[in-house]
Design a protein around this ligand. Structure first.
Ligand code: GDP
Ligand code: MG
Length: 212
């Protein structure tokens, strides 16, 4: 069922088992690291499981902090992968939490939009969608920004362990159909569970594929 062959899966496993370190947080664009290697960014509404997924991918327990306090960080977090440096992962600020002040929403939009438009080394974004809900209204902002900026992206379902297999098959088909209508979206999506490890080897391979 996987679109990745064994060699790709194994190469990806090795890469993510190697050195990965937190580089820096950038609350503003002037704090971005120099664009010296390809980057893959993770986006999604707060609490979608972004930090957990980055931790699962990198086999580390607390590389990206998992927290239950949504929306506290309006920063781009950069992680260096490989020694010598091969590529970077970017943890983008979450969106869509209920109590966000208007200023914060505006700041989020500026930061994310400017980053997406101006970052030449950004090869792909992974947009995380909660498997229990599928794509919601609140996700359209980022999907539209990515389509408009022509930044290639792939939709990734999270927390797949929280629903039954039949429900997952349903939301998977529905979400993939939506992805196929969007100009900059990869036609294939990936279902993951950070808790159970489902889809993690494939997602690692998808990151390697994206950086080329
Ligand atoms: N059951 C289950 N819970 C998860 C999974 N991924 C994240 N969570 C939980 O969802 C909550 C939010 O996760 P977090 O990674 O902090 O989300 P973020 O705000 O998107 O970074 C935490 O309580 C996690 O333990 C998963 O794959 N399965
Ligand atoms: Mg987080």
């Amino acid at each position: 069922m996987s679109a990745f062959d064994d060699d790709m899966i194994e190469a990806a496993r090795k890469t993510f088992a190697g050195p990965i370190t937190f580089l820096k947080s950038a609350p503003k664009l002037e704090h971005l690291p120099n664009p010296v290697v390809p980057e893959v960014a993770f986006a999604g509404r707060s609490n979608v499981g972004k930090s957990s997924l980055i931790n699962a991918l990198t086999n580390r327990n607390s590389l990206a902090r998992t927290s239950n306090t949504p929306g506290r960080t309006q920063e781009l977090n950069f992680f260096d992968v490989g020694e010598p440096l091969k590529f970077r992962l970017v943890d983008m600020p979450g969106y869509g939490f209920a109590k966000a002040p208007k200023d914060m929403v505006r700041q989020w939009r500026y930061l994310v939009n400017d980053f997406l438009r101006g970052r030449d080394v950004l090869k792909r974004a992974l947009v995380l969608i909660d498997a229990r809900h599928g794509i919601k209204e609140v996700d359209n902002d980022i999907l539209d920004m990515l389509d408009t900026a022509a930044v290639s992206y792939r939709i990734v379902l999270t927390k797949a362990d929280k629903i039954k297999a039949t429900e997952l098959a349903d939301v998977f088909a529905r979400t993939e159909a939506e992805a196929r209508k969007r100009p900059a979206a990869h036609p294939d999506i990936i279902a993951t569970s950070s808790e159970k490890g489902m889809g993690i080897p494939e997602l690692r391979a998808a990151v390697l594929e994206a950086i080329g």
